[in-house]
Write a protein of this length. Structure first.
Length: 299
């Protein structure tokens, strides 16, 4: 995944959520969340002699997010996790968190209180909304070794010295999203490494609108294949996990952010099979590189 890794109705028209009226309230909520996490015991990076980078016993870390914006960190290697800050995702744009060498950066997009409960009540089933009022909370995982990322029990990819983003802004009341990072024990299975980088993407201006070709995506497509297609178009990527019609663990849908309006996305394949001119696979569309595309993984 890129080093800066960082809905709409049935016709793929824009869909928006209520915006918090006071930005200070949002920032205050994010600050309070980080403070609570610090109080819970994730207040600093572990000592180099005990960190996962030097400890072959690194096993498992789990991040659990409920519908009200709370985050719980658990697992045998919980001490290898340190908070890395929280920032509002203004206009749905990903924050460029710093990632030190040898660390894994986990960025979780979620609703703060009180927006979380309001959003979960008004969500569009199975489609993650663009979350202008959402918060991105980041964690650094102290491991220079490979770990496998699972989302709600389904493998995503193997990661090392990388960034992974998870969008949980569409969970319903009572839902819980779980990201699990686990070290390999014995032989590996699944995707052995992130897709190769695309040199044509190097040096692109992350602040300038650019064109991308909508990839061919079918419900049930293997996650690794779709991820490679998105990276080929120089798209930043985040994951979301929702109930769907596709086989669990495969791609249900991809949501590509369009430039020009912060609440405009196009779904591939389209919602309800309804396609719009210029919004089908193979079409060239303007995209905002600061807003990640979302791969919806079927639960």
């Amino acid at each position: 995944m890129h080093a800066h890794q960082r809905t709409h109705d049935a016709r793929t028209h824009p869909y928006s959520y209520p915006r918090l009226r006071h930005p200070a309230t949002l920032v205050g909520g994010a600050t309070a969340l980080v403070a609570a996490l610090l109080a819970a015991g994730c207040d600093s990076a572990p000592d180099a002699t005990t960190g996962a980078a030097d400890d072959p016993a690194f096993s498992t870390v789990r991040f659990e997010l409920g519908p009200r914006g709370g985050i719980q960190v658990s697992g045998a290697s919980r001490d290898a996790v340190a908070p890395a800050g929280a920032h509002p995702a203004s206009a749905g744009r990903a924050h460029a968190f710093d990632r030190p060498d040898g660390r894994l950066l986990v960025v979780l997009r979620h609703w703060p209180e009180p927006g979380a409960e309001r959003a979960s009540r008004g969500r569009v089933p199975r489609l993650p909304p663009l979350d202008e009022a959402a918060v991105e909370t980041a964690f650094l995982v102290d491991t220079a070794n490979w770990v496998r990322a699972d989302l709600d029990g389904h493998p995503l990819q193997w990661l090392r010295r990388d960034t992974i983003r998870i969008d949980t802004t569409n969970v319903a009341t009572g839902d819980t999203t779980r990201l699990t990072l686990s070290a390999p024990h014995g032989g590996r299975y699944g995707q052995p490494a992130p897709p190769a980088g695309n040199r044509s993407c190097e040096g692109l201006d992350d602040w300038a609108t650019r064109d991308a070709v909508l990839p061919e995506v079918e419900a049930g497509a293997p996650l690794a294949d779709v991820l490679a297609r998105l990276r080929k178009q120089c798209l930043d990527v985040q994951y979301a996990s929702l109930p769907g019609s596709a086989r669990p663990g495969t791609v249900e849908q991809v949501l590509v952010p369009l430039a020009g309006r912060p609440d405009a996305l196009v779904a591939v394949p389209p919602v309800g099979g309804v396609e719009l001119p210029g919004r089908t696979a193979g079409s060239t569309v303007p995209v905002d590189p600061r807003r990640p595309a979302t791969m919806v993984v079927a639960r």
